[in-house]
Design a protein around this ligand. Structure first.
Ligand code: 5AD
Ligand code: SF4
Length: 430
């Protein structure tokens, strides 16, 4: 989501006559997009701002964007007096006005409102990848997960009209994008504000029918709002990726209640049953937090048993990090840092074994990948529809670039995080 926000900001600047340069050294205006999901990300922002300080003497303007900007607001000017602009993502629609004020000589401007109805729609997005394009469908979040800064930094939920989303997707398809990734903090609570009142499953079907689009991905899903219709949509249209990222956070219903996640382990597993009952095999990935305040050894054991039960294709794991302005920040029963680290290592080891086993089962299968680039040893790197990384040497004696192409690859080897294979020709319909 931050990457895509940056694409929109860059597009807005280009439309005002700015040009992108290679290094901060060459820049007249430096904007730094930030994340505050965990403390480490936030610390990085302040150490980088210190590095930028010496640049300030050279007449450059500095802006801090994103969640740290929203969270810290004007305090950023105290900690880093060389900063000229502070704006959170909910105020990006005001960026042109904020830039005008900077350009006409104002030294400190802020965009910190969270109450904007409109999402940041700009006709000027400058997309980095010519084949895969992100589209924001919903901004903000109305949940109140006890550990999470997002409701405080990105504001309340606002859905975009399905007409605008489809129009943007059509234009992207015409410009050559073949893969669309629909973005939102919680895509499942998408509610079309236009008269046709589509829900997320209807939107998915709509985007999946646009000529030229070969893959549609989406992230992130909240288990509470994840409906069976989404699985039915994936089953009905092979263009919709057979991959669902369904963050669980913990396998213990007790911890889930403390996290205010609004579902139990059993309710979550019901969604997993829907996914596993699909006609197409659907890849399932998740996010897990270890060491939430009060998490006992028994709670953690339940998270481990959930890994065995679901057999995720991949997961992102995090040590709980207390965040300002969140319901959990003052909870007692903090878990010591070393204990969080121990749990994280056990979790990752358990998952690694599952991934090796699951990936090994794919050996000999034929996969279609979208080629995204080359790896360090010069092999092509592609991504399967299920979102697995597959490396393969180029076809013999064939010098032309496969970048952006859909090709078939036979899987020959499997590691925990990627697959390797042999080129087996261009994909059908290419
Ligand atoms: N501490 C640790 N991990 C967190 N996440 C969100 N907030 C925190 C926090 N305070 C993780 C969740 C979420 C992912 C994007 O980041 O697992 O799904
Ligand atoms: Fe954060 Fe929960 Fe909203 Fe996800 S659903 S953004 S974890 S508050």
């Amino acid at each position: 989501m931050n990457v895509h926000d940056s694409e929109k900001v860059v597009g807005t600047l280009l439309a005002r006559g700015y040009a992108q340069v290679e290094t901060p050294d060459q820049a007249a205006l430096i904007l730094y997009n930030t994340c505050s999901i965990r403390d480490k990300a936030e610390q990085k922002v302040f150490s980088r701002l210190q590095q930028f300080r010496r640049e300030a003497g050279k007449g450059r303007l500095f802006g801090v964007l994103g969640c740290v900007a929203q969270q810290e607001g004007e305090r950023i000017f105290e900690r880093a007096p060389h900063v000229n602009l502070v704006a959170g993502s909910a105020s990006y629609s005001q960026l042109p006005q904020l830039l005008s004020r900077l350009e006409s000589g104002d030294h400190r401007v802020t965009g910190l409102g969270l109450d904007r109805e409109e999402t940041f729609e700009t006709p000027f997005t400058r997309r980095d990848n010519p084949y895969r394009a992100y589209i924001t469908i919903i901004e903000g979040c109305d949940k109140a997960c006890a550990y999470c800064v997002v409701p405080a930094t990105r504001g309340p939920e606002r859905s975009r009209s399905s007409h605008n989303i489809l129009e943007e997707a059509r234009q992207l398809a015409e410009a050559g994008s073949t893969e669309i990734q629909l973005l939102g903090q919680n895509v499942n609570s998408y509610r079309d504000p236009s008269a046709r009142q589509w829900d997320f499953a209807a939107l998915l079907m709509g985007v999946g029918e646009i000529p030229g689009i070969r893959r549609v991905r989406f992230t992130t899903s909240h288990p509470r709002d994840f409906s069976k219709d989404i699985v039915d949509a994936i089953d009905a249209n092979p263009v919709l990726a057979n991959h669902v990222h369904l963050p669980v956070q913990s396998g213990s219903s007790r911890v889930l209640a403390a996290m205010q996640r609004l579902y139990t382990r059993e309710e979550y597993l019901r969604r997993i049953e829907w996914l596993k009952g699909a006609r197409r095999k659907i890849s399932i990935t998740t996010d897990i937090i270890v060491g939430f305040p009060g998490e006992t050894e028994a709670d953690f054991a339940e998270t481990l048993s959930l890994l065995d039960e679901v057999e995720y294709d991949s997961l992102f794991s995090f040590k709980y990090s207390p965040r300002p302005n969140t319901p959990a920040v003052n909870l007692e029963d903090r878990i010591p840092e070393e204990e969080k680290t121990r749990r994280l290592m056990i979790l990752n080891e358990r998952q690694r074994a599952i991934q090796i086993r699951r990936n090994t089962e794919l050996i000999e299968s034929l996969k279609e990948v979208l080629v995204e680039g080359r790896n360090a040893s010069g092999q092509w790197v592609g991504r399967t529809l299920e979102n697995r990384v597959l490396n393969f040497p180029g076809p013999d004696g064939n010098g032309h670039s496969l970048l952006g192409q859909y090709v078939r690859v036979r899987v020959t080897r499997a590691g925990p995080n990627s697959l390797a294979g042999e080129y087996a020709g261009l994909a059908l319909g290419t």
